[in-house]
Design a protein around this ligand. Structure first.
Ligand code: FRU
Length: 465
């Protein structure tokens, strides 16, 4: 049987970052360096499973067309032989530094983690520097995902790491260094009001205007109403990261889920040369039985990253917006006005839809290819998205009470993914979907007039090196 490709096949992606084969998960080492955007990513090139992770590598001038570079980091050394796990990048003078976790398992499957660095002067070949420091006391071998930045207030670097305490609860630990080679443990960011689960992955701290935002991906958090319904989720909390390396929370117990959909995990942010805070995430983590049942597995590939999003802090919330450059993908535009029920046929599965309501509608229902269904009711101000779970065959739903009445939806669609930005990014729903027959038929039912703009998006070209 012919295998369907990850970039053009039936469920393939055209403008999202995917791996040519095997499994992609977290975005790593995001940075704009010498003008170019670098995206590294967790990659098992051999098969669509989580076995051997390398760092794949892409560069771009605009985050739209990408050039594939050789694998940046391979799991070939004693300190990373079972996986070059996630981490971040930092550019110092003429050098590009990568920080990552070397994952090692012995013959009894007992894990050791090493926090490592690798350095490049050409942005293509990286020289490993090996482990940077001893494993911290009081933590299990689950310590990983270094994120490093420089703090001008104190003239030194910080590194934060996802961690598990020996009592098997999640944490984020903080190190500091003046030269990125010698690191000293400073403490932990956890407070006892946070739901801490059994492990936190991929912590990140980013400044949005006057706020510091602490983003992390906890595991083992229980569902709470319409929140935390996925196997693992990503959350944020706001406050101030102090010069002492602690976090003063605005409210210790306010933990906000970053994405309201089904697949969104392990995001990473970076600040580009224009000063924008940009984010990619993995779309995304799921129970193992769903991963194994994903229709692309038989074609030898699985997963994708989200589109790049710009983060801002507005109205007491983190907003996520598709980056402006994505408008370069727009080709043909079609414009509609709909009331009651209208059936639209999309002329490809790579589309952007913009829907605007001058008046908040009482009720809206959208149905895509008889598979994905959106419902909104003004009375509850709740937006819900429903799809078929491709493992169980059951319908499943995620919903969110909006902070503001519905006025706009912006949807980025591919043959097997949707990213839905509500009211200019106040909420985002990210999800994969597998329609029985992806006809591209969109049924719009809206009690109030809705203005619709549909754009056919240009297939993105990946240049293989
Ligand atoms: C998050 C994660 C990280 C780890 C990487 C391994 O998805 O589990 O904690 O470094 O993936 O691929």
């Amino acid at each position: 049987m012919k295998k369907e490709s990850s970039t053009s096949g039936k469920y393939g992606f055209t403008y999202h970052i995917v791996a040519p084969t095997g499994l992609i998960n977290d975005p790593n080492g995001l940075i704009q360096w010498n003008g170019q955007y670098h995206v590294f990513f967790q990659w098992n090139p051999y098969e669509p499973t989580h076995s051997t992770k390398h760092w794949g590598h892409l560069v771009s001038d605009d985050m739209i067309s990408w050039k594939r570079l050789p694998v940046a980091l391979e799991s070939t050394d004693y300190f990373d032989k079972n996986g070059v796990y996630s981490g971040g990048a930092y550019a110092k003078n003429e050098e590009l530094w990568l920080f990552y976790t070397g994952n090692v398992k012995d013959r009894y499957q007992v894990r050791t983690s090493y926090q490592c660095a690798a350095v490049s002067t050409d942005g293509i070949r990286f020289e490993k520097k090996g482990p940077l420091f001893e494993h911290p006391k009081g933590y299990t071998a689950h310590v990983r995902d270094p994120k490093v930045w420089y703090d001008e207030r104190v003239n030194h670097y910080w590194m934060i790491l996802g961690a598990q305490r020996t009592d098997e609860t999640g944490d984020t630990i903080v190190y500091r260094s003046t030269d990125m080679q010698h690191w000293e443990l400073v403490g932990s960011l956890r407070n006892e009001q946070q739901p801490f689960g059994y492990m936190w992955e991929c912590p990140d701290i980013v400044r949005l205007g006057e706020k510091d935002v602490f983003i992390y991906s906890p595991q083992g958090i229980e569902a709470d109403g319409d929140r935390f319904n996925n196997i693992f989720q990503t959350v944020y909390q706001t406050g101030r990261f102090t010069p002492e390396g602690t976090f003063l929370f605005d409210d210790e117990s306010t933990v906000v889920e970053m994405d309201a959909g089904f697949e969104f995990y392990a995001p990473q942010t970076f600040v580009d040369d224009a000063g924008r805070v940009l984010q990619y995430a993995w779309m995304g983590t799921m129970p193992p039985e769903m991963e194994e049942a994903m229709p692309t597995v038989q074609d030898g590939w699985i997963h994708a990253l989200t589109i790049p999003r710009e983060l801002t802090y507005e109205n007491g919330k983190v907003y996520q917006k598709p980056i402006q450059e994505l408008q370069l993908l727009r080709q043909k535009e079609r414009v509609y006005e709909a009331v009651e029920k209208q059936v639209l046929s999309l002329d490809s599965l790579q589309q952007e839809w913009l829907m605007n309501w001058e008046q908040t509608p009482e009720d809206v229902t959208l149905v895509l290819s008889e598979e994905v269904k959106w419902t909104y009711s003004k009375q509850t101000n709740e937006l819900a998205i429903e799809r078929t779970n491709w493992h169980s065959g059951q319908r499943e739903k995620r919903s969110r009470q909006l902070s503001n009445p519905l006025r706009s939806l912006q949807v980025y669609m591919e043959a097997s993914s949707l990213e839905v930005f509500v009211n200019g990014g106040e909420e985002v729903f990210s999800l994969r979907y597998f329609a029985q027959e992806n006809t591209g038929q969109l049924i719009v039912s809206s009690s109030q007039l809705v203005n619709i703009r549909l754009f056919t998006l240009n297939a993105q070209s990946f240049i293989e090196e």
